[in-house]
Design a protein. Structure first.
Length: 149
């Protein structure tokens, strides 16, 4: 039996504790523009979705869920792609200009990586499509190829 085929990622949902603060932060960092809001039965808006330049049709969604946000603190639920090392350097400069702390440029499993946290401490990654060509597969925590049995 052949599985049905996916057609992409519809949205990425990130839990937040303070919706206004997160909208502001994701707007300044990524150019996030709210296009949808999700009002509750009491009329309070506790979630939004919108566009981010470079994500195509994939929406970014922010949803108030303090427990989930605390549970994701320090975890990296998503890695956003950039083309190459120069792009990683440009993002590091952008974050510096915003006063947002970040890792140094990391030579990751295949490409270069930049790590920083959102206002709730959720770790966000920028990872390059370009590969550096260094084999780190013998190091703990780095990817290694899997061979079919």
């Amino acid at each position: 039996m052949i599985s049905p085929v996916l057609s992409g990622i519809h949205h990425v949902k990130i839990p937040v504790t303070d919706l206004s603060r997160s909208i502001d932060w994701y707007s300044r960092v990524f150019g996030f523009a709210v296009t949808l809001e999700f009002p509750e039965a009491d009329g309070a808006v506790r979630g939004v979705a919108g566009t981010v330049p470079g994500l195509g049709d994939t929406l970014l969604t922010l949803r108030v869920n303090p427990e989930a946000a605390r549970g994701c603190r320090g975890f990296d639920p998503v890695s956003f792609a950039v083309d190459g090392r120069a792009d990683i350097a440009a993002w590091a400069a952008h974050l510096d200009g915003l006063g947002i702390g970040h890792s140094p440029v990391i030579e990751a499993s295949a490409g270069w990586l930049l790590v920083f946290d959102d206002p709730d401490g959720i770790s966000l990654h920028l990872y390059t499509w370009a590969e550096h060509g260094v084999d780190h597969s013998a190091l703990p925590g780095y990817a290694r190829p899997v061979t079919a049995a």
